[in-house]
Design a protein around this ligand. Structure first.
Ligand SMILES: [Zn+2]
Length: 63
């Protein structure tokens, strides 16, 4: 199954069509690059992207 990314919060979703993080249904298979967030409370990138859970996020989302 193709992985998709949420356009709102950038989390990568392996199944389903609704974002488990922000609840958005605005998701897309058109993304590239990703970061694995393991210690969001210690990460400057996580703060910038407003991420506070351990997960995988897309770096670039094509609109
Ligand atoms: Zn989301």
């Amino acid at each position: 199954m193709e992985e998709v990314a949420c356009k709102s919060c950038r989390i990568i979703i392996k199944s389903g069509n609704r974002c488990p993080l922000c609840g958005s249904t605005d998701i897309t298979p058109k993304w590239s690059g990703y970061i694995i967030m393991l210690n969001p409370e210690k990460s400057e990138i996580a703060k910038k992207l407003n991420i506070n859970i351990n997960s995988t996020f897309a770096l670039n989302i094509k609109s």
